[in-house]
Design a binder for this molecule. Structure first.
Ligand code: AMP
Ligand code: ZN
Length: 143
């Protein structure tokens, strides 16, 4: 548990939440300032800031709970789909420094865009740059 972490406080029962799922390692609750009805957050109970900080087994558990909750979150509000995403790091808009996955129900007429709409102009990368990036990511995945 981290002091001054609002999600750790929720896990500890110190502040209220509309919890929709809980087990020994993972908790899920409604977002207090929802982007859509049914907006749900899924967190590891242990405090980790970024996706890459979460141990493998726990990361699997978090994804498993997200997988389990997508259909009920959509059905609860009769949604047509959902955006399932992590804001990972301040640069990506992460405001709460305790890793959390968003399940945001989506509707045909909600006026929101795809995740692609977050970004502006796309980078113009030549083949050498793409090869270098691919090699670097691939090497990192082997570590
Ligand atoms: P992010 O920008 O990815 O860090 O998202 C943080 C999310 O946490 C926002 O959607 C907030 O509305 C939500 N949030 C902040 N405080 C609480 C809280 N006490 N209970 C539930 N959701 C919260
Ligand atoms: Zn925390």
């Amino acid at each position: 548990m981290s002091d001054d972490c609002i999600f750790c406080s929720i896990v500890a029962g110190e502040i209220p939440s509309r919890t929709v799922y809980e087990d020994d390692d993972v908790s899920a609750f409604l977002d207090a300032n929802p982007l859509a009805p049914g907006h749900t957050l899924v967190i590891p109970k242990a405090h980790h800031e970024h996706v890459q900080d979460v141990p493998n087994d726990l990361a699997s558990d978090v994804f498993s709970v997200m997988h389990r909750l997508v259909e009920p979150a959509e059905s609860a509000v009769d949604a047509d789909g959902s955006t399932v995403a992590f804001n990972n790091g301040e640069a990506a808009g992460q405001e709460v420094p305790h890793v959390h996955g968003h399940i945001v129900p989506r509707f045909d007429d909600d006026g929101g865009g795809p995740i692609h709409s977050i970004f502006g102009a796309r980078p113009d990368l030549d083949d050498d740059e793409l090869d270098d990036i691919a090699a670097s990511v691939s090497d990192g995945a082997d570590d």
